[in-house]
Design a protein around this ligand. Structure first.
Ligand code: ATP
Ligand code: MG
Length: 284
C-alpha cells in the first residue's frame, strides 16, 4: 500500500513480448527528493519513467502518486526529454504558455491570457531565459532549449518532475553547467525530481539520492532473462554547487563502486548484497 511518500512503487514488473524488462521494483520517494537513476543502456530506465508517467501499465504491481494509484498521464507528472520537448513553430514564451492554455493555471480553467503570460515570464526568469522569450527554439543553444523545456514543464506545477536523459545531447561544458543549474533550481524551488541518465558521472553528481537499475545480478534464474531491478539505492551526501567535487577521491570511488555493482555483466551479485541503504529503501 501507499506509504505517505509522494511516489510509491511496489512489486512492479514490466515486460515486452514475454521478456521481463523490469523485475520487482520497490521504490518510495519523499517530496523534495532528487533521485538520479542510472543503469546500463537498455536496462529499462525509460520504461520505468513511462510507467510512472502512466504511458505504460505494469504487468503486475502498483504505482501510487500522493497515495492514489496512477492512471493515464496528467499534469501531476511533468516530463523533460533529451530533445523535442519544444514545439518548433512556437516562440519560447508561447511554448511555456501552452500547458496552462489547455489545462488552466493551477486549477483555474478561466485564467486569462495575461495571467498565463505573466506566470510564463516568471518561469522563464527562473530558468534565466527572460531575454529569449520571443525567440524560436531553433534560435537557442541546446542548453537554452533544455532550460525552456524545464520552464514549460514547471509551469503546470507537477508533483514530480521526470527527466529522461535531459542533458544527453549537450556538449560536456554545457552539460556541467546545466547539472549545477538544475541542482540550484531544485534547492530553490523544493522540486521532486526523477532524473534518468546513463552517465555514471552525472548520476553521482546530481541529486540527493542515487538509484542504480541493473539486470546484472544473480536471481537464481537464468542470467539476463530475469529483468533489471534496483541494485543500489542510497543517499548522496552532499549537494554540489560546483563541479569541483568531481575531482575528489570520494567521488571517483563512488563512480567505481556503482560501475562495479550495476555495469559489470560478469558480477554475480546476490540480492542480499545490494546496497539499499537509503532510509526509504525497501524490498517486499
Ligand atoms: N514498446 C516496446 N516494445 C517492445 N520492447 C520495448 C518497448 N520499449 C522498450 N522495449 C525494450 O525494453 C528494454 C528497455 O528499454 P528502455 O528504453 O526502457 O531502456 P533504457 O534503460 O532507457 O535504455 P537507454 O539507456 O538506451 O535509453 C529494451 O530492450 C527495449 O528494446
Ligand atoms: Mg532510455
Amino acid at each position: 500500500m501507499s506509504s505517505g511518500h509522494i511516489l510509491h512503487l511496489e512489486d512492479v514488473f514490466k515486460g515486452y513480448s514475454g521478456k521481463t524488462i523490469l523485475r520487482d521494483i520497490d521504490l518510495a520517494i519523499s517530496e523534495g527528493e532528487f533521485c538520479s537513476v542510472v543503469g546500463p543502456s537498455g536496462c529499462g530506465k525509460s520504461t520505468l519513467l513511462r510507467l510512472i508517467l502512466g504511458q505504460e501499465t505494469p504487468d503486475s504491481g502498483a504505482i501510487y502518486l500522493e497515495g492514489k494509484m496512477i492512471g493515464t498521464p496528467d499534469p501531476r507528472r511533468g516530463v523533460v526529454y533529451q530533445k523535442y520537448s519544444l514545439f518548433p513553430h512556437l516562440t519560447v514564451l508561447e511554448n511555456v504558455m501552452l500547458g496552462p492554455s489547455y489545462l488552466g493555471l493551477y486549477g483555474n480553467k478561466f485564467a486569462s491570457k495575461n495571467e498565463i503570460r505573466e506566470k510564463a515570464m516568471y518561469y522563464l526568469e527562473r530558468v534565466r531565459l527572460t531575454n529569449a522569450a520571443d525567440k524560436y527554439p531553433h534560435e537557442l543553444s541546446g542548453g537554452m532549449q533544455q532550460r525552456a523545456a524545464i520552464a514549460q514543464t514547471l509551469i503546470v506545477h507537477p508533483k514530480v518532475l521526470l527527466m529522461d536523459e535531459p542533458f544527453g545531447a549537450l556538449d560536456p561544458d554545457t552539460r556541467e553547467q546545466l547539472q549545477v543549474f538544475l541542482l540550484e533550481l531544485w534547492e530553490s524551488m523544493n522540486l521532486t525530481i526523477m532524473f534518468i541518465t546513463h552517465s555514471l558521472e552525472e548520476a553521482c553528481f546530481v541529486g540527493s539520492r542515487l538509484l542504480a537499475l541493473s539486470q546484472y545480478y544473480d536471481s537464481g534464474e537464468t542470467q539476463f532473462a530475469h529483468g533489471a531491478t534496483v541494485v543500489e539505492d542510497h543517499a548522496l551526501k552532499r549537494v554540489a554547487h560546483s563541479t569541483e567535487i568531481k575531482h575528489s577521491p570520494e567521488f571517483q570511488d563512488l563512480i567505481h563502486s556503482v560501475k562495479a555493482s550495476a555495469f559489470d555483466p560478469e558480477l554475480n551479485q546476490q540480492i542480499a548484497q545490494f546496497n539499499l541503504t537509503h532510509p526509504d529503501s525497501f524490498r517486499t
